[in-house]
Design a protein around this ligand. Sequence first.
Ligand code: SF4
Length: 456
Amino acid sequence: MTLTEKVLARAAGKKYVQPGDNIWVNADVLLTHDVCGPGTIGVFKREFGKTAKVWDKNKIVIIPDHYIFTADSLSNRNVDILRDFVREQGLPYFYDVIDDPNGHWIFDKSKGQLAKQYGSHFAGVCHTAIAAKGHTRPGEILFGTDSHTCMAGAFNQFATGIGNTDAGFIMGTGKLLIKVPETMRFYLEGALPKGVMGKDIILHIIGEIGFDGATYRAMQYEGPGAYNLPMDDRMTVTNMAIEAGGKNGIFPYDEKCAAYVNERTKLNGTKSDYQPVELDQDQKFIYDKVIDLSKLEPTVAQHPDPGNRALAKTLDKVKLDRAYIGSCTGGKTSDFLAFAQIVKGHTVKIDTFGVPATPEVVFDLKNTQWDGKSVWDHLVGAGVTMTENASCAACLGGPVDTFGRMNKPMSCISATNRNFPGRMGHKESRVYLASPYTVAASALTGHITDPREYLS
Ligand code: SF4
């Protein structure tokens, strides 16, 4: 069996499953956020009763992150709905925006978008935060009410996005009926050359198979190149499985994965035992492709979809109005460090926005010193508008006052993961997806730029 089949078989209590089987699986973790949480709670209460209790309070993780730092009162209210439910159910894993369990969340417009407006429990963007807070474990099943839940496949687990109805059902029962997907294998060889990141790998792959090329399939990564990748790059790769229509993305288990998971479960005191799935000799794939990482170059997904691939070096005629670094995919500490490596000592030529994925990233950037100055200060010094309010921000547009949102037609190069029309705001905007390196180099020139020019 493939890695995905092995996780699913175990969760279904079966020795063997094959693609196309419809099986009931037990969920290990259910994740939801401020956009889908209220709807999920509504389904749960409607179907199981107003006084029903969730199936397992230790297996529900709620992370408000989407429409947080906005004066939109309905968005603020969504966070209050989550808090009320958490209090009523006694849920331990709620990463609230405020510290008062009986309070109300109201964004203070007068303080502006840049200065921190959250309490000590806030965790930032759910997919980055759920791993950082020790809720991702090898061999487990994670369902989340968000399409990029697949990011957790980097940790050798089956992780996939579901709708509110399925999530409401899981909330009450802990189970879900799913069809076992076919598996596509991407066998990675070699190591990434200078100026090329995990983002370039996945943009290359989606360009190869198309934005629907993995529809309802598992995307499994193997080979020496896969083991070479740091966890952050693996997370970027699995995050974007859904941009090819994939059901999930998954990596094998190794020491790097173990080190990350063990450190995070210990830090946050979450469940620390787990059982990884190992690679079988006998695996059947619907697609099998070898990719030599050393041959990859900085890659861009052009407007209007993540499969519209071109090399950065061929797009120097594309003029830009804005650059954006942030999101679950591109807002990790390593993403900002790569970005900063290029802009440090220079000045950006176009409006450039930086949104860390989690408060921990803010901390890292403020406490990492380069030449006697924090990385945060280097970014600000280069003209990047940085916010401490870690969240999804303009990755999916959001209310009109969202930080970095494109409120008029413009062209933007972005370290985020999705560029369908209207994704980051105005529906006539054009979004180009790229690695943090490429976004940084392009911010300096005002047109799409191969970052290798800036990396000596
Ligand atoms: S950062 Fe973007 S892709 Fe990630 S969860 Fe938020 S909206 Fe979704």
